[in-house]
Write a protein that binds this ligand. Sequence first.
Ligand SMILES: [Zn+2]
Length: 491
Amino acid sequence: MILRKTLSSLVLMLLYGCHLHMAKTVMNGGDLEAALPEPRAYIPDSQNLDFVYHDHEELTRFLRATSARYPNLTALYSIGKSTQGRDLWVMVVSSSPYEHMVGKPDVKYVGNIHGNEPVGREMLLHLIQYFVSSYTTDQYVKWLLDNTRIHILPTMNPDGYAVSKEGTCDGGQGRYNARGFDLNRNFPDYFKQNNKRGQPETDAVKDWISKIQFVLSGSLHGGALVASYPYDNTPNSRICRSSALCAMFQTYSAAPSLTPDDDVFKHLSLVYARNHAKMSRGVACKSATPAFENGITNGAAWYPLTGGMQDYNYVWYGCMEITLEISCCKYPPAYELKKYWEDNQLSLIKFLAEAHRGVQGFVFDPAGMPIERASLKVKGRDVGFQTTKYGEFWRILLPGYYKVEVFAEGYAPREVEFVIVEQHPTLLNVTLQPSKRIEGIGAGGPSYYRPIPAPQHYRPVPPYVASASNDNGIFSTISNGLNSLYSNIFG
Ligand SMILES: [Zn+2]
């Protein structure tokens, strides 16, 4: 079943020290993708979905009608309700919409986390329509839906959207949820303690991503044109505290805060930017706003923020999420939506295909049974990830030699080396042996198990414990105020 789609498999026998393992490279991912023609242009059918903004009732009606029309390609579920009781709808688009496909990755898009940035919301509705209407005619779409389970949350902040105004390019009206919270500042933070009260929308998303092991994710925003990657926060964003001017300077020229997967995040961001009609040109939206080289930026280098969704996805669950700022104007007039679709169509599709790059596989016990919640960490990349209940894991990696450490309770830890090539993902199955029972000294003596490292999900020690005091004081307040002003203007 795992290798159902395998056309051929190249078996590499790799001997490292006393460890023997096999790394099979399969062709059910990138290889096939590379051989496919580019996705075709979408022919909008205004009877189903026009290029206009859809309010919550219209959005709900479209999703319901689509799931009724395409029962074999879609599944509609709600992850919870907004503060004002609107459903947070997720549409799954896949050839296996109701069930996770063992060995195949789950990916997601989240739109409209800021209620007044609804271009992403409409792009995601059109993406759904594009997928279902192209599945039988477009080889690329068929490959993607046959090999990926795509979860689309078009609006994470329907209440904010309800009070936003079309044609408003800047400002904060509708940005927040109904209680006035910025949902992209409402997640637990790795670098700094986040004391903001958890909101229903954020809690729903946290619960969602704790249940599905998402490999790759994009969060859609407006107010700039750039693909921004983790970290959004930084341990040392408030160094310059001698004056208000200094604080402002610091805000406008923050240092990058890079993850151990920086090469991968840059690559993912470039995939989006380069497949976009304009983003990679790096032209500033306005003369007073920054121009981003190649259309990408590190989040903290642009401006640091606490409680963002992308850092949470990555640090807590190993899900590679980036933030896609897709329109200079936050809420442009509806007649521009068609143009935004044309600019983003290829990016939205090609980005998701990146889930098929890197290493994927299973962790088994000696009887061949999957080991759930085994912890994995690629050496030198100190943000871990875990296996699913089927023992599956995925990690997006660029070509090279890697070593992965695998831990599970009751098993001896293992280190396995593997190779990533450009053309196709590497399939790596790891078998763990139970920890060895060591007989006690002397007859009848106690037996005990050799201690093994704690099999917990690996996460580096939160640095905010040590640096919490850096955040006090009036200049920090000023700096924070400027940061929120800054993010109201952009993003
Ligand atoms: Zn935003």
